[in-house]
Design a protein around this ligand. Structure first.
Ligand SMILES: [Zn+2]
Ligand SMILES: [Zn+2]
Length: 419
């Protein structure tokens, strides 16, 4: 068993164990509880984790709502200090305001109010990669997780060391460099892509650019729905030297500013700054500009799963144009408009099902490590024990890791386990 300052550690997932989303991990240490991530799923209705017990310190791996969405609740309730990077603080604050607005709009109960969100910002202790935070006599070192700018793996050092990955990517993307292995006794590893692999990234980028070229050459518009956090900026980098007339709409614009304000968390700060000096890129700032955005050739906008936001007004305009195309750039969850578009070539607009006569394609620009990369990461970290979480089916990964002689735990939500 691993020990932290002489004591066997008891842990519990408040959510995000046998599911993707609403992540929260409690680790009991001799000095008090530590919490890793605390998020909710902005589904319909929203999905929440179990209520967290009092914690002095919470460690936030990254800004995505399924990891960060409940942090304002935590701060309001317990005044917990939050450890994370500056982009995580700034972008999760932006997303908390956005979730609050969406919850209000849909008439769902709010776990917190706007004042709580504003107050939460003051409770962050921000660190850079390689720096050490202290909590209950423990040293906690921050490492890049390679998932989005500012995303962090936490290495907790005691008599034995454990690492919490948050969401990780072990391959370089345009935006961030790959996560590097950290040797430890216990590895809490996300398993989103258990049993699934990704296409080769270079080939994928090439195919994507060729498709955009084909659409533009035949006189159509390439509509690119993209998640605001990470994906929008990644797509901008891929398209930056393409020479197309690009219009950028949605929340990805504000996230881009936050990333440019914190260039030390980017793989290549100059490349993202170059995006801003691209005269072929125009920001869509108001309704008037939105009306004329289809004068451009490529439109990148939220939401990534077509669940709302500016993308719907663009789809209305191009859905009957066979020369145009909707190019999906991320995983489409079951039950979303994006999934319907992909599988049935149809979309709900104003409570009516519409057929899409334009082209629809999907490109797997995932920011998560695939099955084989996760296995390689485990081998390189060389832990005694792996705790799998953040996965709908951990069995494939569990089996392959066990075959290497390591212990694998797959705890369920609320189940107490020892490491
Ligand atoms: Zn994430
Ligand atoms: Zn996640």
């Amino acid at each position: 068993m691993g020990r932290i300052n002489g004591v066997i550690m008891r842990c519990q997932f408040l959510g995000g164990a046998e599911e993707v989303g609403q992540v929260g991990l409690i680790a009991e240490t001799p000095g008090g509880n530590l919490l890793f991530d605390y998020g909710f799923v902005a589904s319909d209705p929203p999905g929440y984790p179990e209520p967290a017990p009092p914690v002095d310190h919470a460690f936030l791996s990254h800004a995505h709502v399924d990891h960060s969405g409940m942090i304002p609740w935590l701060v309001e309730r317990y005044g917990s200090r939050i450890v994370g990077t500056t982009p995580t603080r700034d972008v999760s604050t932006l997303l908390a305001y956005d979730s609050y607005k969406i919850c209000m709009f849909n008439g769902y109960p709010q776990p917190y109010n706007k004042r709580d969100i504003a107050m939460t910002k003051e409770y962050y202790d921000t660190f850079g990669y390689g720096e050490t935070a202290h909590a209950h006599d423990l040293d906690v070192i921050l490492h890049s997780a390679g998932h989005i700018p500012g995303s962090t793996m936490f290495e907790v050092r005691g008599d034995s060391t454990f690492v919490f990955t948050g969401d990780i990517n072990t391959m370089d993307t345009q935006l961030v460099s790959a996560a590097k292995p950290v040797s430890c006794e216990t590895l809490f590893l996300e398993g989103t892509y258990s049993g699934r692999t990704h296409p080769d990234r270079k080939t994928l980028e090439h195919e994507f650019l060729e498709k955009v070229d084909e659409v533009v050459s035949r006189g159509g518009r390439a509509l690119i729905p993209a998640f605001a956090v990470g994906r929008t900026q990644e797509i901008l980098l891929i398209l930056n030297k393409s020479g197309y007339d690009i219009r950028l709409d949605g929340m990805g614009k504000r996230v881009l500013r936050h990333y440019l304000d914190n260039p030390e968390f980017l793989r290549d700060r100059r490349k993202l700054q170059d995006v801003l000096s691209n005269h072929q890129l125009q920001f869509v700032k108001n309704q008037f500009q939105r009306e004329s955005a289809l004068d451009g050739e490529v439109i990148i906008t939220t939401s990534g799963m077509l669940q709302g936001g500016p993308i719907l007004s663009y789809i209305r305009k191009v859905k009957d144009d066979p020369k145009s195309a909707v190019l999906l750039t991320g995983y489409q969850v079951e039950g979303t408009n994006g999934r319907n578009v992909l599988e049935r070539q149809s979309i709900m607009l104003d409570n009516q099902l519409h057929r899409l006569n334009c082209e629809v394609e999907y490109y797997d620009f995932s920011a998560h490590a695939g099955h084989d990369e996760l296995l390689g990461f485990v081998e390189a970290c060389d832990p005694d024990r792996v705790v799998l979480f953040h996965s709908q089916d951990r069995s494939f990964l569990a089996e392959d890791i066990r075959a290497t002689g390591k212990e694998v735990l797959t705890p369920l939500r609320k189940e107490t386990f020892e490491i």
